[in-house]
Design a protein around this ligand. Structure first.
Ligand SMILES: [Zn+2]
Length: 305
């Protein structure tokens, strides 16, 4: 080979190498440009979708709710659940509870299945009522002072009507109530709590509750107290149911209010509440219901434990 041919071969080889390098560089630039372009296209759709998608369904929902909204249904349901307007409530309270503030508060103490007296509660004005001739045990029964005269007046009226009531029980302290409860627990374990108050929950601890009976009841229904619902059919029971309210005594646990009072029907058990007794009789409601309506909430359980 001569030197001219070698020179041409050299130029061709160098030229090819340079061309190859140029092509590679161009290819890389295109790839980078494509990648960048791909990144841009990948990023850009996301915000568009996010913005557009929720925007469109929103208006239909609002319009559909507006047309379906049971606006009349909601208010008709609400009034039954919401308390009466304040003015109506006050008027009702004044109408139904006007006597509440006129009667000594200690005659209207709440004592029931839910509310107990303190174990050491003893009324300050307990007196021994002269009832020796009015019961078969010849006991002088303690009662609160305001109860004694109305009770004696009522017993006199019953005697004058030809009846012979007996007074079986008045004030009982918590120990005596425990004895009474234990007695019933032994006799009727399954319903002792319905027929006798659990100690602390007895109106007898107030000194204003009285249990009545009659010689007939004791003779025919046994025990030393003769407590039996048949007392309601006896002349003494019938008289008390109608007339006791005129002397300030109210039947605490009537037959119609067993669910409300939590105690079984006790036609022999009366509680002295003064002139409120007549109103309760006229309205045919129990003291429990009255106190539930009329005792101001914060002082409803002044003596609960
Ligand atoms: Zn009683």
């Amino acid at each position: 080979m001569n030197s001219g041919v070698i020179r041409w071969v050299f130029f061709i080889v160098v030229g090819l190498v340079l061309l190859g390098l140029m092509l590679r560089a161009t290819a890389r630039t295109v790839a980078l440009a494509q990648a960048a372009a791909a990144q841009v296209t990948l990023m850009s759709p996301t915000p568009v979708v996010v913005v557009v998608v929720p925007a469109t369904p929103a208006p239909p929902t609002t319009t559909s709710t507006a047309t379906i909204t049971p606006i009349p249904a909601t208010p008709t349901n609400t009034p039954t659940n919401t308390p009466l307007p304040a003015a109506t409530q006050t008027a009702l309270y004044e109408q139904n509870c006007s006597l509440y503030s006129k009667i000594p508060a200690d005659l209207l103490t709440v004592v029931d299945r839910d509310t107990a007296l303190p174990a050491d509660y003893v009324p300050a004005d307990l007196e021994v009522a002269p009832l020796e001739t009015r019961n078969i045990q010849y006991r002088a029964i303690p009662l609160r002072k305001p109860v004694i005269q109305p009770l004696l007046d009522m017993l006199d009226a019953m005697n004058q009507a030809g009846l012979a009531p007996l007074v079986m029980s008045g004030y009982r302290d918590i120990t005596e109530q425990q004895l009474a409860y234990d007695k019933w627990l032994k006799l009727h374990p399954e319903r002792a709590a319905d027929i006798s108050a659990i100690p602390g929950h007895s109106e007898h601890q107030l000194g204003t509750a009285v249990d009545f009976s009659s010689a007939y009841m004791i003779q025919f229904y046994g025990g030393d107290d003769g407590f039996n619902v048949r007392f309601a059919d006896q002349p003494e029971g019938r008289w008390l149911a109608r007339q006791a309210a005129y002397y300030g005594f109210t039947l605490s646990y009537p037959a119609y209010a067993v669910d409300q009072t939590g105690y079984a029907y006790e036609p022999w058990h009366f509680r002295y509440v003064g002139i409120l007794a007549l109103e309760l009789q006229q309205r045919n409601i129990t003291l429990t219901q009255y106190l539930h309506e009329c005792v101001p909430a914060p002082t409803a359980t002044p003596s609960s434990q």
